[in-house]
Design a protein around this ligand. Structure first.
Ligand code: UDP
Ligand code: MG
Length: 341
């Protein structure tokens, strides 16, 4: 164990003592969400094959087609027809990245499950290190993005800001600059399957679950082909899901702002009444009233918006619609349920 690994290990919330595993992996599951990724699937498969053949562990590749509008499904079917280890879950529509990953995990059977993106930004080579750490006894091995290649300054800056804001806002320790690229032991996967939340922020849920966790640094490559499936709108929704599912701080912030504004109002009321009764000062009207009106009006709407973000999510949880709907399953032996409550 070198020094940087040591500090990473110490920074996780679980105790550092882990016992080496005495058994080998009997099956490794790899879950890959895909949305309009027709250009990368072929290459991804071959890069994965290379690594997995070197590891010589039995494996299954679970591709989740998240309602792609291009030829992704056809590419996946081609693979599935030739290789029985390639399994495909075809969603009835686009349910989003986090839900696709969830479905993949629900249908996985391995002793350990790796989650990775389809676009080769997450290097398949790192799976070897994941497995090595699993053998050392860790239940979660997550990849830390030391460097991000080929992403816009804006994306890198907002991502950096987001992970640091999350750390300030939440009580669970979510490792900095860590995506969903990780390996999880079966006990962790089962814990996640038991969680029924609809607005899922998986990297947070894994941190919340605990167990023995460790990070390995890596350089995140450029997307192999195609363009990002996370436009700004999805990034904002993702960030809000993360914050609302792990923190009440924005609501507490609203209380504090309310108190402060009320206090200021009270003080100025005293001053104004004093001036009116005991002095000859003419109290300036329009400007001060407008400023107060706009500031308070803006604050109120903002706070209402924050409350709304929470209420909307509560509403979604209460309606309890299925998390996802599956149109078809390919290469799965025993047909499982086609939805998940
Ligand atoms: N993805 C998905 N459903 C979506 C959006 C994305 O399954 O609605 C998949 C996508 O195919 C990729 C992964 O999630 O495998 C990460 O997306 P992307 O690489 O576009 O995000 P970025 O790396 O730009 O943040
Ligand atoms: Mg990507």
């Amino acid at each position: 164990v070198n020094l940087s690994e040591q500090t990473l290990q110490d920074s996780t919330s679980t105790d550092a003592y882990v016992r080496k595993r005495t058994h080998e992996l009997s099956l490794l599951s790899i879950v890959i969400p895909t949305y309009n990724e027709e250009l990368v699937i072929h290459v991804l498969y071959h890069r994965l094959r290379e690594v997995l053949d070197q590891l010589s562990i039995p494996y299954e590749l679970i591709f989740v087609n998240d309602g792609s509008k291009d030829q992704t499904l056809r590419e996946l079917m081609k693979l599935a027809r030739e290789h029985s280890e390639v399994k495909v879950i075809d969603f009835s529509r686009n349910f989003g990245h986090q839900i696709a990953v969830t479905a993949g995990m629900d249908h996985s059977q391995g002793d350990a499950v790796v989650i990775m993106d389809a676009d080769l930004q997450d290097s398949p080579q790192l799976i070897k290190e994941f497995v090595a750490k699993w053998r050392d006894g860790y239940d979660v091995v997550y990849a830390i993005r030391e460097e991000r290649k080929g992403e816009t300054v804006f994306k890198r800056a907002t991502a950096k800001l987001f992970y640091r804001t999350m750390q300030r806002l939440t009580d669970v320790h979510i490792p900095l600059d860590t995506g969903d690229f990780r390996l999880m032991n079966r006990n962790v996967v089962d814990s996640l399957t038991a969680i029924h939340e609809r607005h899922r922020f998986i990297r947070g849920l894994v941190a919340w679950a605990g167990y023995s966790q460790i990070g390995v640094p890596y350089v995140r490559d450029e997307r192999y082909a195609g363009e990002t499936k996370y436009p700004l709108k999805k990034m904002i929704k993702f960030a809000l899901d993360g914050i609302t599912s792990f923190s009440f701080k924005p609501l507490q912030w609203a209380t504090k702002v309310g108190f402060t504004v009320a206090l200021l109002g009270f003080i100025s009321a005293i001053v104004i009444v004093y001036e009116k009764i005991f002095t000859n000062v003419t109290i300036q009207g329009w400007a001060s009233i407008m400023v107060a009106l706009l500031v308070i009006g803006g604050m109120q709407l903002l706070v209402l918006g924050i409350v709304g973000e929470y209420i909307g999510r509560i509403y979604d949880e209460v309606r309890a619609r299925p998390l996802y709907l599956i149109q078809d399953l390919y290469n799965f032996d025993n047909e499982k349920q086609l939805y998940r409550m």
